[in-house]
Design a protein around this ligand. Structure first.
Ligand SMILES: *[C@@H]1O[C@H](CO)[C@@H](O)[C@H](O)[C@H]1NC(C)=O
Length: 282
């Protein structure tokens, strides 16, 4: 709580719901102009969507992948510096040691790398008579939880399907994070069912801000993206959201609300870890 008390009181967060196409250079240029637009509108923290430099699909990851220091991460560092914002750089296919990861990098306003999250839960689904999508055919899972510090408090980062695993957000909150940030790309089936519900659930369980940033619906429909980039407050109210078109979603986050919510509904101090110390052992 001491850290939270020392943190600046309000931050303007922007979610860039980017139109992502097949041309990587065009995606990077478009991201740059939208991040600068958000900064001109007063945003101090900006998030880009999952897979913002490449179409989303296992068939694209190898072609679009880059090593650390490649053109996309260089572009993100330059954007953060030029716009003078904390930049949660969506995600990109990353190549490291001959393997591919779905990776989010976070940058400070000086262009320094603050954190790197490699998606830890790979999206493998096989619906009988429906779709099959196996990220693990081409991607490796990351093996770490990720946080970074800002003048407004610490934030956790996770990617898309990671949102369905409540432990990550709970651990971040118990370590003192004031928010969880999720670049993600739900589809038009799971989006209306669960996207907002999961953001609100992670917020209400942990009394933190949550935000999910999606690409806009792809005109070529290589993947049926739900969009609806959304910011939720610690009382689980939707602060701001949008439809499926390219847009920038803004929210003014009052960090005092984290402490106030935790004080008025004290679930964080009333847990019975004597009854459920380790749910994995049940
Ligand atoms: C979206 O993904 C779910 C599984 O997560 C799948 O059942 C569904 O068919 C997909 N919808 C579309 C429109 O691809």
């Amino acid at each position: 709580m001491a850290a939270a008390a020392a943190a600046a009181a309000r931050v303007k967060l922007a979610l860039v719901q980017l139109a992502v196409g097949a041309q990587k250079a065009a995606n990077l240029a478009n991201a740059r102009s939208r991040v600068l637009e958000a900064a001109r509108a007063g945003a101090q923290m900006v998030m880009l969507p999952e897979c913002f430099n490449s179409p989303y699909g296992t068939q694209y990851f190898g072609e679009y992948a880059e090593e650390a220091g490649g053109e996309s991460t260089a572009a993100l560092a330059a954007m953060a510096r030029e716009a003078q914002v904390y930049l949660v750089g969506g995600s990109i296919p990353e190549r490291a040691g001959g393997r591919l990861f779905n990776t989010c990098t976070v940058w400070g306003p000086d262009g320094a790398l603050l954190a790197r999250h490699r998606k830890v839960h790979l999206f493998d689904i096989d619906v009988p008579g429906g779709i099959t999508f196996r990220e693990s055919d081409v991607l490796q899972a990351g093996d770490a939880l990720t946080e970074f510090g800002t003048p407004w408090g610490r934030f956790g980062v996770a990617i898309c399907y990671d949102m369905r695993f409540p432990e990550m957000a709970m651990i971040a909150a118990r370590r003192g994070c004031v928010g969880m940030l999720y670049p993600g790309a739900f589809n038009t089936t799971t989006g209306p069912l669960h996207w907002e519900l999961l953001l609100r659930a992670r917020a209400v369980d942990n009394q933190i801000f949550t935000a999910g940033c999606s690409p806009a619906r792809d005109a070529a429909v290589t993947y049926p993206t739900w969009g609806h980039s959304t910011i939720v407050d610690p009382l689980a109210r939707v602060v701001a959201t949008t439809g499926d078109a390219p847009d920038i979603v803004y929210g003014d986050l009052d960090m005092q609300l984290v402490e106030d919510t935790r004080r008025s509904i004290p679930v964080s101090t009333q847990r019975r870890f004597d009854l459920y110390p380790d749910v994995a052992s049940q």
